[in-house]
Design a protein around this ligand. Structure first.
Ligand code: ZN
Length: 440
């Protein structure tokens, strides 16, 4: 039988956490899983030994009675074929126990099953299967029937400052700085009311990001919470701080306490390209007459989600002449927005919508030459150029929040400026800004 199995041995007390993995080889011989030949991965052993903290003290401990065996699932392998080889006979019971959390009949190739053994016991005490990066499903086989629980990964957090500059693409710069695609989306969302990452980021644009980084067993996993970000683009500087108000609302705020979030999005499409601008004197391509173009057209494939640019109430949802399938939203104040030629309408007349809600999908219904979104903005019922309209800006933080916000800002501003190092964790926190407290 050709198996590559990595054995991780841990003292009993450490089993419940994912930290400080301690490895020992002594137990291999005494494990009574005789059918299997174990290849202990020397690299993994050195690796983990290096990060276990009090090394000398650990060496003095007696070998653990417990061992963890890692089985990497191969393509086409099912639980019913794997588990009996490790001494588990009632696979059905394992599947049943896991059912509230995961369908174990559909385990994924490439993922690991971690089986915990006790010396002289011929079957595992438990089986662990990662549900996602942060959660592991553990099936306890010491109960009858087996029981399941979900364990959360306990990350250590460390503050980190990243500085990255766009040379070729934002993705390249971000990935080489240890960010993930999801982090780029987070950045784009912070700045989405101020600029469009698809069309407005210039080569040479630079980001400074203060975040937690998440570590598992001493290994960097991914960036955690973002606390402060700065973008320098085209000679413009954008700085924002994450702040949690005393009532628990979270948001991003400029240094003066004004919200980065605004009541209206800059565009109803996340990835937008203007194909035809607002033009009250346009020559219409289909009607072949001079006919005003009272909206802005965005080219996008059929099915692209269309977002409500602001909170409001739906006043049209359905067929509307040359507009085809259309949604119109009444917003607070004098503003209304309209979205035409949709392939699908996802809201109903009279429905309340929030900024960012998907209200329909791009299509080519009505008087249209191909898939695109025709987007209109009216102010007091008068058509206006959607790309030039001055929407209201956000409410600033209330005066009662400003002192606490100033502390958060003054903590991070010098870090962004590069004039101060990262603050030491636990050095006097503002209520609600417990980010630093997690740095244990
Ligand atoms: Zn149009």
């Amino acid at each position: 039988m050709k198996e590559t199995l990595i054995l991780h041995f841990k003292p009993w007390l450490d089993m419940s956490t994912h930290r400080a993995r301690i490895l020992a080889t002594a137990i291999v011989a005494s494990l009574s899983v005789g059918l299997l030949s174990f290849a202990v991965n020397a690299d993994a052993l050195t690796d983990h030994a290096a990060i276990s903290k009090p090394t000398a003290a650990l060496k003095a401990r007696p070998p653990s009675r417990f061992a963890e065996l890692v089985h990497t699932i191969r393509r086409g392998e099912v639980l019913g074929a794997i588990l009996p080889r490790y001494g588990v006979t009632d696979v059905q019971a394992v599947v049943a126990a896991g059912k509230p959390y995961a369908d174990l009949t559909r385990i994924r190739a490439g993922k690991d099953l971690r089986l915990r053994f006790e010396r002289d016991v011929p079957h595992p005490l438990s089986i662990a299967y990662a549900l996602d990066e942060d959660r592991t499903l553990v099936i306890d086989l010491t109960t009858d029937p087996p029981t399941a629980r979900v364990e959360e990964v306990e990350y250590e957090t460390r503050l980190e400052v990243r500085r990255l500059t766009l040379t070729s693409s934002l993705w390249d710069a971000a990935l080489s700085a240890g960010l993930r695609p999801g982090d780029v989306v987070r950045l784009a969302e912070i700045f989405q009311w101020e600029l469009d990452f698809n069309t407005e980021l210039r080569n040479g644009a630079s980001f400074t990001i203060v975040s937690d980084d998440l570590y598992n067993d001493g290994d960097f996993t991914r960036p955690g919470a973002f606390y402060a970000v700065r973008l320098l683009n085209d000679d413009k500087e954008y700085t924002a701080f994450h702040y949690v108000s005393s009532d628990g609302t979270e948001g991003w705020y400029h240094p003066d306490g004004s919200a980065s979030k605004k009541p209206f999005l800059r565009s109803p499409l996340e990835f937008a390209r203007v194909t035809s601008s607002y033009n009250p004197k346009r020559y219409h391509p289909i009607l072949k007459t001079r006919r005003p173009h009272l909206g802005t057209d965005f080219g996008a494939p059929t099915g692209t989600p269309v977002r409500a640019v602001g909170d409001g109430v739906v006043v049209i949802a359905g067929r509307s002449g040359g507009h085809g399938n259309r949604v119109k939203i009444d917003h607070a104040g004098p503003y209304a927005t309209s979205y035409s030629h949709l392939s699908k309408v996802k809201v109903k007349n009279g429905q309340r919508v929030r900024q960012g809600d998907v209200i329909g999908l791009v299509g080519s219904t009505g008087l249209s030459t191909g898939p695109h979104l025709h987007y209109e903005v009216t102010v007091n019922g008068n058509h206006t150029d959607a790309m030039k309209v001055k929407f209201p800006t956000s409410e600033p933080l209330p005066a009662s929040e400003l002192a606490a916000f100033a502390q958060v800002r003054d903590r991070w501003m010098p870090v962004l400026d590069g004039t101060a190092p990262l603050p030491v964790p636990n050095d006097g926190l503002v209520d609600g800004q417990d980010a630093l407290a997690d740095g244990d």
